[in-house]
Design a protein around this ligand. Structure first.
Ligand code: 48H
Length: 268
């Protein structure tokens, strides 16, 4: 309190307390969830949108300050993206404006796309934690059963600070090309992956037609409790990259969400 003992209309301490109390509550609540998604790119956010819309408790951890992953930059920083007919249905549902370029090629503004996906996902109930990185997986009885988390700033500064753990029924790796969670699981969990080799196969060169088809086949449970989603799926199962067509990312996110909704409803 200041010396005159008058409480200001806007007290700096009240502002600080409001933020700390509210964030703490949100973080504690996120320690147990139905689904934990790593990565706030288009695939992870769409996955989170459909899960949350279906009433599943879903939390998403994003390393960076901003969500959106590789979508903001379209192709070579031209902030336009292309999606195909099947994925347009998702944008129509979310209310993202699309423009027909030629049959089966629809354009969308990448800024409108990211901001709308994010807004719809959050309003559906998805809890997004930015500035937090998944640095390990939590393994119980040969099953991936959650994540080990730390502040991105700790990771960046190389500080020796121990992380915290959260538990979820399922973990979704939506970290894009690096497929970080699956890499960690392969290296440290002792669980063999559900790939041809039992290991990460690595992504193949650009071929949109083939890569976009493969991504749906490759979006699946790669180890007990752990799903691949978005670009991570092709990076893990040896699929092609596809450049700045984003339909596969949206469709992969939706497909993984629908499969998880069924499994959770069945109590699997
Ligand atoms: C927390 C993490 C961690 C971690 C990474 O790269 P993304 O946009 O991924 P997708 O799969 O939604 O979309 C892929 C697309 O952007 C793309 O790259 C395409 C289509 N490429 C084709 C081509 O030919 O190049 O988003 C992944 C997000 C990012 O925001 C990362 O910061 C985040 O995951 N992330 N968050 N903990 N350990 N690792």
């Amino acid at each position: 309190m200041n010396k005159t003992c008058e409480r200001p209309a806007l007290d700096d301490i009240v502002i600080s307390r409001a933020i700390i109390e509210s964030y703490n509550k949100k973080l504690i609540d996120a320690l147990e969830a139905d689904v934990a998604i790593v990565g706030g790119g288009p695939a992870g956010m769409i996955c989170g949108y459909y899960l949350s819309k279906a009433g599943k408790k879903t939390v998403l951890f994003e390393r960076k300050l901003s969500i959106g992953g590789g979508m903001w930059g379209g192709g070579i920083m031209f902030n336009e993206i292309v999606i195909q007919d099947k994925a347009k249905e998702i944008f129509d549902e979310l209310g993202v404006t699309t423009r027909l370029y030629q049959p089966n090629y629809h354009l969308a503004d990448s800024i409108e796309s990211v901001s709308t996906i994010c807004s719809k996902a959050v309003k559906a109930g998805l809890k997004i934690f930015n500035l937090i990185s998944a640095e390990d997986v939590f393994v119980e009885n040969n099953r991936i059963s959650g994540l080990v988390l730390n502040w991105t700033s700790v990771e960046m500064a190389g500080l020796h600070v121990d992380p915290i753990t959260m538990r979820s029924k399922y973990v979704v790796d939506a970290t894009g090309h690096p497929s970080e969670v699956v890499h960690i699981a392969e290296k440290k969990s002792g669980i063999s992956l559900n790939t041809e080799t039992g290991k990460i196969m690595g992504e193949n060169s650009m071929w949109a037609e083939v890569g976009e088809k493969a991504i749906l086949k490759n979006s699946r449970e790669v180890a007990p409790g752990l799903y691949t989603c978005g670009m991570c799926a092709n990076a893990v199962y040896g699929g092609n990259r596809m450049g700045p067509i984003f339909g596969g990312m949206l469709l992969s996110g939706k497909q993984v969400a629908l499969e998880l909704i069924q499994k959770i409803d069945k109590g699997d």
